[in-house]
Design a protein around this ligand. Structure first.
Ligand code: HEM
Length: 570
């Protein structure tokens, strides 16, 4: 580095063979020569070369040829103003892209501000704070607020009135499933849970009538349940009053009811194939919280290392499909038109009847997805509710006592409760309702889609939006349920000891997309809780220590794992 001899700056370029000058000096030098040029045109000729308005080259030669013609290049640095301008444009461009990525569409429901593009409000949530955050947002923005989750606008509907209005009054707009990863990619829009439009309507209706015809009302289904309660009782009895975990036992018990309903068979709890299938279903449900991220950040699917565990989910799905496929094949071989043994038979009957109908949706692929859906939707939900029920009962021994007292008073000590007895057992029914409310196993419904652009409660909701119905906002609303944090079945009993109307227990959702297994689930909950309480006194593992009552939020809200003791009564 050489110091410029004119301005003493250190950024140095060579100008003329004999001089070393820096850029500023170069320019001054040029001006100096230019002046001379004007003054002494016979001595010097200067040629300027411009590139994009910037002087890049000057050639001069002296006319009298005393000096050799020299060409030199001006190495002009960016001017500070140029740089500032460029910086300003870049910042403006970034801000514009940022704004476009984070903005809510005009007229959309209000919601928490978004600062981070791509992720949006996802940065405000962790897996466990969602319900608290929703409470906070409802207070601030009202019953209808919106979030930017990844690239999608999610509208959250809170409170009984808004929820009812959306799902019942606006049922034709809000009853589809959105085009997000889980229903579209994993289920290919088939089955019942993930389908929409005519396919969904037809198969939902078919499922409801088939479950009814298979014995919902004639006692057949109840008999399956009572048999499974007996098997479960044997397992519980085997614990001999020692602490044990009830999770897997209840899951297998409830799964067996669905197996009987779907393919006419029950399995022993130690059957390795059965254990594998139940585990695969269970693991997929647990992983669905992780894979759910793809609903809002689909690009995660292309990140190496399978961060959302889609590979595991698909492998489990293959195991399940293979298991179900074998049942379908077996049923096809032994099929008799006049004898409908179970759901698969009923489906095959419809399929064979429509064999000449090109528009028929009763394909084997759809059968596989439907039984898979019913199995998933009908097992984890009910078994989780029973686990919540037993957790509330071990922490409220007075409720167990009251249930036994009511059963003994109404049925005598030797008669077992049947579902038809429920109307004369209002307290036991109230326990079921309070378990559904406090257990709150589905605090948010499955996502709903929007069929077309609509104005709802003064807000514009675009077709591309996703709807979350916040059931927790109803079940834990202090204006509807006094001291909602308390487990108190008596809240549903009026002054005359009768069961009060309980329409605001929205655990099964509302409207056209409401749970189609509600009747089955209510029967299961009633029979399991009454029979188990009549047979055993349930106690916490340690009577001096209250179990953790916090739920773990996944696709369902499950209790924190706990152990309990069961003392045989009869
Ligand atoms: C305590 C037990 C249960 C609870 C709390 C429950 C709750 C729910 C909820 C909240 C939904 C979503 C509704 C929506 O998207 O708006 C649902 C859907 C569904 N449930 Fe249940 N459910 C239970 C048991 C069952 C049972 C036993 C079955 C099967 C026999 C079942 C089958 C289904 C099906 C197939 C759907 C999808 C309905 C559709 O998309 O049209 N559920 N359930």
């Amino acid at each position: 580095m050489i110091l410029c001899e004119f301005c003493k700056n250190i950024r140095v370029v060579t100008l003329l063979s004999c001089k070393t000058v820096c850029v500023q000096t170069e320019i001054r030098f040029l001006l100096f020569w230019m002046q001379k040029c004007v003054l002494l045109p016979d001595i010097l000729k200067l040629r300027f070369l411009f590139d994009c308005n910037r002087l890049v080259k000057v050639t001069y030669n002296k006319i009298n040829n005393l000096l050799k013609p020299v060409t030199f290049t001006i190495r002009q640095p960016f001017k500070v103003t140029d740089m500032l301008l460029m910086l300003l444009w870049s910042v403006l461009l970034i801000l514009l892209v940022w704004y476009l990525l984070i903005r809510r569409p005009s007229g959309a429901p209000p919601g928490p501000p978004v600062y981070v593009p791509i992720l949006g409000n996802l940065v405000d949530f962790n897996q466990q704070n969602m319900l608290d955050k929703f409470k906070e947002y409802r207070k601030k923005y009202g019953d209808v607020f919106s979030l930017k989750l990844g690239s999608r606008l999610v509208v959250v509907i809170n409170g009984y009135d808004a929820m009812r209005e959306a799902l019942v009054n606006f049922g034709d707009v809000f009853s589809s499933r959105p085009d997000i990863f889980s229903p579209s990619e994993l289920a290919q829009g088939l089955g019942i849970v993930s389908s929409s439009g005519n396919l969904w309507r037809e198969h939902r209706h078919f499922a409801m009538t088939t479950i009814k015809n298979l014995g919902l009302n004639d006692g057949t289904l109840e008999q399956y349940m009572l048999t499974e309660i007996d098997y479960l009782t044997l397992e519980i009895q085997g614990t001999k009053g020692d602490p044990f975990k009830i999770t897997d036992l209840v899951l297998m018990s409830i799964s067996n009811i669905m197996c009987r309903l779907m393919f006419g068979q029950r399995f022993d709890y130690s059957d390795s194939k059965f254990i594998k299938i139940v585990q695969s279903f269970n693991e997929n449900l647990e992983l669905s919280a992780l894979s759910g991220a793809l609903n809002f950040l689909p690009f995660l699917n292309y990140i190496p290392g399978d961060p959302c565990k889609i590979k595991v989910i698909k492998e489990n799905q293959c195991i399940i499909d293979q298991f179900l496929f074998e049942f379908i094949q077996g049923h096809k071989e032994t099929y008799e038109e006049d004898h409908t043994r179970d759901y698969i038979d009923a489906f095959l009957k419809k399929k064979y009847r429509e064999r000449n109908l090109t528009s028929s949706t009763f394909s084997e692929e759809q059968l596989l997805r439907c039984i898979s859906d019913l199995f998933i939707a009908g097992t984890h939900t009910t078994s989780t509710s029973i686990q919540w029920g037993l957790l509330f009962l071990i922490t409220h021994s007075d409720v167990q006592t009251k249930m036994r007292y009511e059963m003994d008073k109404v049925l005598g000590t030797s008669r077992w409760p049947r579902y038809e007895n429920r109307h004369s057992l209002p307290f036991c029914q109230a326990v079921v309702s309070e378990v559904l409310r406090c257990g709150n196993i589905a605090p948010i419904t499955l996502p709903h889609g929007v069929n077309y652009d609509i104005e709802f409660r003064g807000y514009k909701i675009h077709q591309n939006a996703i709807l979350f119905l916040n059931q927790d906002s109803v079940l834990s609303d202090p204006l509807i349920f006094d001291q909602p944090e308390l487990f108190n079945p008596s809240r549903f009993i009026d002054n005359n000891g009768a069961l009060m109307r309980e329409e605001k227990i929205v655990s099964f959702s509302l409207g056209r997309r409401a749970c189609l297994g509600e009747a089955v689930a209510r029967m299961e909950l009633f029979l399991y809780l009454t029979h188990l309480v009549k047979r055993f006194e349930f106690l916490p593992e340690d009577v001096n220590e209250c179990p953790n009552m916090n739920g773990i939020l996944g696709i369902n809200r499950t209790p924190t794992p706990y152990r309990l003791k069961a003392v045989r009564l009869i």
